[in-house]
Design a protein around this ligand. Structure first.
Ligand code: FUB
Length: 450
């Protein structure tokens, strides 16, 4: 063997070993999330956003789903989980089944488009919730008028800025043009697409490629589970669509459902979907997956590989949970005696929490994780003088009775409080103090996944 050949084999072996020991699918494993809707917003093409539903650890039914999460990345390796961005508790008309969401950016605002059963009527509605920022939290503004059986919504905005809504479940799929404010559909445009689609079950998603409209959805072959991802193509957003076949088949470790999106990010097309890899095959507790998607020259989609290497070529992904203190109330936490302000600059996002006066005053945030795990806790804060604080993680007080002495900071500083223990499901982290100068910007948790 020539020297150059030898080098080639050594390098190839190294690459293979590296890839086997490092994987990036599932994308995010500290939380059970499903039904990813991927977006790159025009004002920041460097960031990929995922809007997802959230599975409750230990559950055996999708009926327990009650809130939504948002994730972002700038490099497909480092991910941020922004915590709970909308819960059934904050939707006056909703009662249960917080299933697959989507998101849309319109007239400078971000909307979470979600679905829930409506109180009193039991109808599945498509809800709208609004935020100034892509990561939420989102405030419910009611459901979209004119939509019945409103499960699994997807909003597609065409190049001329016309918004379309697609939705459907139980073997039906519908589409309609949306009003400019997104609050209703234009009834005369409502189209049932079911008969144009083969094996359609639920979860429509529309993207545009080479001037054609691609409607992808989870399909049931011969009415048999699990679902496969299939697609159809049209010259126009509301059809007629021509069925083209599947692009994600049933794969090892898939869940009963599959559901996802197709999105272009940094010149690559990516298929987002979910599996049951983290839960060891439990269909009701799912996790996010991504693989590159390629087209043939004729515009058909090549079968997507559902492997562990995913979209980072085997580099392990890393996620953090970033909880802005000013969002505590809207994201499942609480402010007691404290308040949100924004006068001292240098904070992240919209402001900070301050006004700690009496010993029990606090800011509390909600942390949701898939399994019992350790995480490194950091809190970004500012204080002109040394102070004592109590930090309660679940039922465990860091530093016990005496409280934690925290030194004065030079402006805003991220203080590392070390390893804390999180339990599967919901965890509250409460920061209590009584020094009026303290300002809390955010809580950051870096899950330690063995
Ligand atoms: O995640 C709950 C439901 O399961 C979704 O709404 C469906 O599309 C299926 O993925």
């Amino acid at each position: 063997m020539k020297r150059s050949q030898k080098h080639y084999w050594i390098i190839l072996t190294f690459i293979c070993l590296y890839n086997i020991s490092n994987c990036q699918n599932p994308l995010i494993s500290h939380i059970f999330a499903a039904d990813p809707s991927a977006h790159v917003w025009q004002n920041d093409t460097n960031t990929l956003w995922l809007y997802t539903s959230h599975d409750v650890p230990g559950t055996n039914h999708h009926a327990t789903m009650s809130d939504y999460h948002v994730f972002s990345t700038k490099d497909m390796i480092n991910w941020i989980d922004y915590g709970r961005v909308l819960s059934i508790e904050d939707v006056k008309w909703g009662v249960s089944y917080a299933w697959a969401p989507d998101a849309v950016c319109r007239h400078g605002k971000y909307y979470l488009v979600f679905c829930m059963y409506e109180k009193n009527t039991g109808k599945y509605r498509t809800g709208l919730a609004i935020s100034d920022v892509p990561q939420g939290p989102f405030k419910d503004i009611g459901y979209i008028k004119g939509v019945d059986l409103g499960q699994d919504p997807c909003v597609f905005t065409d190049d001329d800025n016309t918004p379309y809504l697609y939705w459907g479940a139980g073997g039906h799929c519908y589409a309609a043009q949306l009003a400019d404010d997104l609050k209703s559909i234009i009834i005369k445009t409502k189209t049932e697409l079911t008969s144009q689609l083969t094996n359609v079950f639920e979860g429509p998603w529309v993207h545009k490629y080479n001037h054609k409209y691609y409607l992808s959805y989870p399909g049931l072959n011969d009415n048999k589970w699990p679902e496969e991802m299939v697609y159809a193509i049209s010259e126009k957003p509301l059809g007629p669509y021509k069925y083209m076949g599947k692009y994600i088949s049933v794969f090892k470790g898939c869940s009963g459902t599959n559901h996802g999106s197709i999105c272009k990010y940094k010149d690559n097309w990516i298929a987002l979907y979910h599996s049951a890899w983290v839960s060891g095959g439990k269909s009701e507790v799912r996790n996010l997956m991504a693989n590159y998607l390629y087209y043939n020259a004729d515009g058909t989609i090549k079968p997507v590989l559902t492997d562990t290497l995913g979209i980072t070529n085997g580099v392990l992904t890393k996620s953090i949970i970033l909880l802005e203190a000013e969002n505590a109330m809207a994201s499942g936490g609480k402010l007691e005696g404290t308040k949100v302000e924004s006068s001292i600059k240098g904070y992240s996002c919209k402001g900070y929490v301050t006004g700690f006066k009496y010993r029990p005053d606090y800011v509390e945030v909600l942390v949701q994780v898939a399994k019992d795990m350790d995480a490194d806790l950091k809190i970004r804060l500012s204080s002109d003088s040394d102070f004592y604080a109590d930090i309660l993680v679940g039922v465990t007080m860091l530093a016990g009775w005496e409280g934690l002495k925290i030194h004065k900071t030079i402006g805003w500083e991220e203080i590392d409080f070390g390893k804390v223990r999180l339990k599967e499901g919901d965890n509250k982290i409460r920061f209590t103090s009584h020094d009026y100068n303290i300002k809390i910007d955010y809580f950051k948790l870096e899950p330690i996944i063995p």
